[in-house]
Write a protein that binds this ligand. Structure first.
Ligand code: AMP
Length: 284
C-alpha cells in the first residue's frame, strides 16, 4: 500500500492504473474519509474493494467543513492505525494530503450547492456543505475515480455530493453504503469517541427515534406530522439530549414532505453533551 501526499501523485497513480490494463477494465474506487477509521469506513472500503480494481482511501480532516467553534482541532486523528487497517483491507493507496496541498495559499475557489447546502446539517452548520462539496470536488478532480463510496449515515452529505457531481457533469458514480451500527443500534461515528459512559447511553435516543419511525411506517403511518411528533416524544423523554432537527424530507432535494413515500429520508440530529450526532433511515 502506498501513502501519497500530493494531488499530483494521486492523479499520477490514478492515470497510471488506468493505463495498466487494456480493454478499459480498470475501475478506480475512492472512499473519502476524515480518518479515525471504524467499521463504518471499513464497509465503504469493502464495497470499493468488491466493485473496483484499484482502491484509494483519502484521509483528510477538511478544515473548511468545520465552523469556527467546532471540533477541527480536537477531531480524532489516528493515522498509523488507519494505515494498518487500510492495508489489511486491501487498500492500494491512502491519500493523506496536508491542508496546504488541498488549499494552496490564496485559494479562493469553493463549490456551493445552492439550496441543498442550507438544509439539515447545513442549517445549523453554516458553510459545512460548502466545505464538503469543495473538498469532494477536489478529490474527484485529483483521483478521477469511476466510483466513489459514501455512507448513508451522512444522508444530507450524500444529497449534496450527488447534486454536485451531476451539476458539474463529473464522471464519477456515487455509491451509497448502509449505516453500520454498534450492537445496541448507535450509528458508528468517529465522534462517538467524545462520549462519556452516560452520554453513550443518551446517544441511543437518536436510534430509538429512528426505529420508532420505522415501526410506525411499517404499521401504515405515512403522515410526516405524526411521525415527527412521535420521534419528538422520544427526545422529550430524554431531556439531556438537545434536539437539533427531526425531519422527513425528499432525499434528493432535502425539502420537507408531508407524506412519507418509499425513499423518503427521515433524519435526526442532536447534541449529547457537546457532541453533535446524527442518524437516519430511508423509509421503505
Ligand atoms: P467521515 O470520516 O466521518 O467523514 O466519514 C467518511 C465516510 O464514511 C462518509 O461517507 C460517511 O458517511 C461514512 N461513514 C461514517 N460513519 C459511517 C457508518 N456508521 N456507516 C456507514 N458509513 C459511515
Amino acid at each position: 500500500m502506498e501513502v501519497l501526499r500530493t494531488v499530483e501523485e494521486l492523479r499520477g497513480w490514478s492515470r497510471s492504473r488506468r493505463r495498466a490494463k487494456d480493454g478499459g477494465a480498470q475501475r478506480i474506487g475512492l472512499a473519502p474519509t476524515m480518518g479515525a477509521l471504524h467499521a463504518g469506513h471499513v464497509s465503504l472500503i469493502r464495497a470499493a474493494r468488491a466493485a473496483c480494481t484499484d482502491v484509494a482511501v483519502s484521509i483528510f480532516v477538511n478544515p473548511t467543513q468545520f465552523g469556527p467553534h467546532e471540533d477541527f482541532a480536537r477531531y480524532p486523528r489516528s493515522f498509523e492505525a488507519d494505515c494498518t487497517l487500510a492495508e489489511a483491507e486491501g487498500v492500494d493507496v491512502v491519500f493523506a494530503p496536508a491542508v496546504e496541498e488541498m488549499y494552496p495559499a490564496g485559494a479562493a475557489t469553493f463549490v456551493e450547492v445552492e439550496g441543498l447546502s442550507d438544509r439539515l446539517d447545513g442549517a445549523s452548520r453554516p458553510g459545512h456543505f460548502r466545505g464538503v462539496a469543495t473538498v469532494v470536488a477536489k478529490l474527484f478532480v485529483a483521483a478521477e475515480p469511476d466510483l466513489a463510496f459514501f455512507g448513508q449515515k451522512d444522508a444530507a452529505q450524500v444529497a449534496v455530493v450527488k447534486r454536485m457531481t451531476a451539476d458539474m457533469r463529473l464522471a464519477t458514480e456515487i455509491v451509497v453504503c448502509p449505516i453500520v451500527r454498534d450492537v445496541d443500534g448507535l450509528a458508528l461515528s468517529s465522534r462517538n469517541a467524545y462520549l462519556s459512559g452516560e452520554e453513550r447511553r443518551q446517544a441511543l435516543t437518536l436510534n430509538r427515534a429512528v426505529r420508532r419511525v420505522e415501526e410506525l411506517v411499517a404499521a401504515g403511518e405515512r403522515r410526516a406530522c405524526a411521525l415527527i411528533a412521535q420521534a419528538g416524544a422520544i427526545f422529550a423523554a430524554e431531556p439531556e439530549v438537545r434536539l437539533n432537527y427531526v425531519v422527513l424530507v425528499d432525499w434528493a432535494t432535502l425539502e420537507p414532505v408531508e407524506i412519507a413515500v418509499a425513499g423518503t429520508l427521515f433524519a435526526v440530529a442532536a447534541w449529547v453533551g457537546s457532541t453533535r450526532l446524527i442518524d437516519n433511515t430511508i423509509l421503505s
